[in-house]
Ligand binder design. Structure first.
Ligand code: C2E
Ligand code: CA
Ligand code: CA
Ligand code: CA
Length: 279
């Protein structure tokens, strides 16, 4: 009886009850945010490892919350994924990125730059592929300029179906990057099967690279493997000159991180062709 009593106390724990309500409120606010233009795209430059020239940019979602201020994705992406809202968010970010990319190209950006957009595994279905292609046509974007970033979590989904979808889009010129490489399932055999042209080495590997030979050895091997598979490497989370120099010497193709530029609102970005970073 005591046990049951404890359970009941647990269920009616006012603090937990409060949490559930917070969660529900946040979910409703997020639905509202999507339809009322409270989401924003921030853009972070990706540079060529050989000369620091801007090669492209990654789109990162932010939520301009009316009371809580600017929220980073960690505060709402997990909720969006569990509440079935991520599909709408990813599509909105994609369309907005296409619109912005067009602006940049029309106003001095390099036509060879790419735009990279994150896609959650839940977003990857047939209607999504159709909507991606529709946006590409609507905004007149060359499919070759589009990179979609997926994580190793795709291996947890219906992998045959996902590979089919990705191959269909890849056949039309869109490229895929495997994000956060080395932090998830790391099922190497799938690397051969996914039509990805780029591997993004996670910041966790970069953090130790200046002080630890083993971290350098690991990154060196990942770069060799990717190149042998015909893939490019983007090193993420580069925060200083020393890290940048090591990654360049190890043969990374592209680099991204606070050292080159933080994610910024479009109005604060300068994506002029030929611009080199750090400025
Ligand atoms: P991610 O795709 O791995 O993005 C890189 C994250 O590292 C971004 O965090 C970026 O601001 C941060 N970052 C970049 N350079 C540095 C650096 O030098 N140092 C440090 N400490 N951090 C750096 P952010 O913007 O908070 O995004 C977090 C994650 O949220 C992203 O990780 C991505 O998984 C997810 N995300 C962001 N936007 C979207 C989106 O539109 N759709 C989906 N599905 N996920 C998104
Ligand atoms: Ca990413
Ligand atoms: Ca990443
Ligand atoms: Ca990540």
């Amino acid at each position: 009886a005591r046990q049951a009593g404890e359970n009941i106390t647990h269920i009616y724990n006012p603090q937990l009850h409060g949490k559930a309500i917070d969660h529900l409120r946040l979910e409703n606010e997020l639905r509202h945010a999507i339809s009322h233009g409270e989401l924003k795209v921030f853009y972070q430059p990706v540079v060529s490892a050989t000369d620091g020239a801007i090669a492209g940019s990654e789109s990162l979602v932010r939520w301009q919350h009316p009371e809580r201020g600017l929220l980073a994705p960690c505060h709402f992406i997990p909720l969006a994924e569990s509440a079935g809202l991520i599909h709408a968010i990813d599509l909105w970010i994609f369309r907005e990125s296409c619109r912005q990319y067009r602006e940049w190209i029309l106003h001095g950006g390099s036509a060879s730059m790419f735009i990279s957009v994150n896609i959650s595994v839940q977003s990857l279905d047939i209607s999504w592929a159709d909507q991606i292609l529709k946006a590409v046509a609507e905004f007149g974007i060359p499919p070759e300029s589009i990179h979609l970033e997926i994580t190793e979590s795709v291996f947890a989904g219906d992998i045959e179906k996902i590979i089919g979808l990705l191959e269909q889009l890849a056949g039309l010129g869109i490229s895929f990057a495997i994000d956060d490489f080395g932090t998830g399932y790391s099922c190497f055999s799938y690397l051969r099967r996914l039509p990805a042209s780029c591997l993004k080495i996670d910041k966790a590997f970069i953090d130790d690279i200046v002080d630890h030979e083993k971290a350098r050895a690991l990154v060196r091997s990942i770069i060799h493997m990717a190149h042998d598979l015909g893939m490019n490497i983007i090193a993420e989370g580069i925060e200083n000159k020393e890290q940048a120099a090591i990654l360049a010497s190890l043969g990374a193709d592209y680099m991204q991180g606070y050292y080159f530029g933080r994610p910024l609102a479009a109005e604060d970005c300068d994506m002029s062709a030929g611009r080199r970073l750090p400025g």
